[in-house]
Design a protein around this ligand. Structure first.
Ligand code: GUN
Ligand code: ZN
Length: 434
């Protein structure tokens, strides 16, 4: 394959560590006039334009963005493909919302044409919003995952997804069985896991919709294949937690159900965790599991406020999730806008650099992919964004008053959304242009 090399000149910012561990100043690198060099889908150099430009071989094209910020692509650690058509469904909290809106909407994925159509819309929406990697719930139907992976593969995206396993407490039209859920997951793993930049996640929906037999088989899949992911929901809503107690009276608590079936581990991501206790955070951290913080969803469904300081105290890996369609936006910028308010309501702060970390490197760490995505370090995948300082008249005017990259970043996260994302690149290829 011939060498393809291209360079991008702009203000460049990336997170290189968790501010909770190293302090804010050591957590990022910023180049006011930076250069990012991309070769064959990977980043080959990052630095000050003045230092790198003279050494750039003649003929390498340099794209210059005088009014933009280059960052790593965003990482969404929790989102539902089959809920694209029901974002913003009125009036209910989790359990009624699932029965009233979610299950009927997901049932449409029995039709492969529908699955293909929504997968295209969904991936375009991710890329329009600057999300280059997502951990995705399909529906119970294998075709939801086939449609998603086929669309992601065409663009060489780094994506993780799985077919929902649920064999009880859901309508008959939307359940599998312990055995069929296992076999269908296995077939999808054989077909997709490790193909290009695609990874499979074993996906029991949440404890109430799986029998002990199904949870056992989910755990078995994780031992049968190396490097599989596991994704599920935990402790999102108080009624849900009460229901889990009734269904699994022999277990110590919600997390202990998943622990018992050996679903915790370094590639396990638990969505929400709004009502986790100290011991549960400690156990999640001890097993290397991660939590997806989903603020727009937790507000929209009235679930509660995620306790990020408690997670930090336990050194628990936390990524950010939109949780569409419980969440109300595909935009991780808008998700960070709401995350800031979650902290404010608890008397805490969310610094813009911690926010950047959560949307990029923190997500990559939650997914154990920090050697491939989440930063702009040379050697990693060239998944990056060009964020436009002039995306809207208000943003443009507001940023004129910004005196530091910290302030610029915070304003981008407060006023920004899909309009802010001028271009999205994945494996060095432009996959979105506003
Ligand atoms: N718990 C179980 N299923 C779901 C879902 O689809 N969305 C959310 N937010 N929580 C869940
Ligand atoms: Zn969810």
């Amino acid at each position: 394959m011939p060498l393809t090399r291209k360079a991008y000149r702009a203000a460049i910012l990336h997170s290189i560590a968790d501010p909770a561990e190293v302090g804010i100043e050591a957590s990022y690198e910023y180049f006011e006039d930076g250069l990012l060099v991309v070769e064959n889908g990977r980043i080959s150099a990052l630095g000050h334009a003045s230092e790198l430009l003279p050494g750039l071989p003649a003929g390498v094209q340099v794209e210059h963005y005088p009014n933009a910020l280059i960052t790593p692509g965003f990482i969404d650690t929790h989102i539902h493909l089959p809920q694209t058509g029901m974002v913003g469904a009125y009036g209910e909290q989790l359990l009624d919302w699932l029965n009233t809106y979610t299950f009927p909407c997901e049932s449409q994925f029995a039709d492969p044409d529908h699955a293909n159509e929504v997968a295209d819309i969904f991936i375009k929406e991710l890329l329009r919003n600057g999300t280059t990697t997502a951990l995705v719930f399909g529906s119970v139907h294998p075709q939801s995952v086939n449609a998603f992976f086929a669309a992601a593969e065409k663009l060489d995206l780094r994506m993780i997804a799985g077919k929902v396993m649920m064999d009880r407490n859901a309508p008959d039209y939307l359940t599998d069985t312990a055995e069929s859920g296992y076999q269908e997951s296995k077939a999808l793993i054989e077909r997709w896991h490790g193909k290009g930049r695609l990874h499979y996640a074993v996906t029991p929906r949440f404890a109430p919709t799986s029998t002990p037999e199904q949870l056992t088989l989910a755990g078995q899949l994780l031992t049968e294949y190396p490097d599989l992911y596991m994704q599920t929901h935990i402790s999102e809503n108080l009624q849900e937690i009460q229901w889990v107690k009734e269904l699994f009276p022999e277990r110590k608590g919600y997390l202990d159900v998943y622990d018992h079936y050996q679903l915790l581990g370094e590639r396990s991501v638990f969505a929400h965790g709004v009502h986790l206790c100290d011991d549960e955070c400690a156990r999640l951290a001890e097993t290397g599991s991660a939590v997806a913080f989903c603020p727009t969803s937790n507000f929209f469904l009235g679930s509660g406020l995620f306790n990020l300081p408690m997670a930090e105290k336990h050194k628990l890996n936390v990524g950010l999730g939109t949780d569409v369609g419980g969440g109300t936006s595909f935009s991780l910028l808008q998700t960070l806008n709401e995350a800031y308010k979650v902290m404010q309501l608890q008397g805490a702060r969310l610094s813009p650099f911690k926010s950047l970390y959560l949307a990029t490197l923190g997500g990559a760490r939650a997914l154990r992919l920090e050697d491939k995505i989440g930063t702009l370090h040379p050697g990693t995948d060239a998944d990056f964004l060009v964020l436009d300082y002039h995306a809207t008249p208000l943003l443009s005017y507001r940023l004129k008053q910004a005196n530091s990259i910290a302030e610029t970043l915070f304003v981008l996260m407060t006023l920004g959304d899909d309009r802010t994302v001028l271009q999205t690149f994945a494996a060095g290829r432009q996959v979105h242009q506003r």
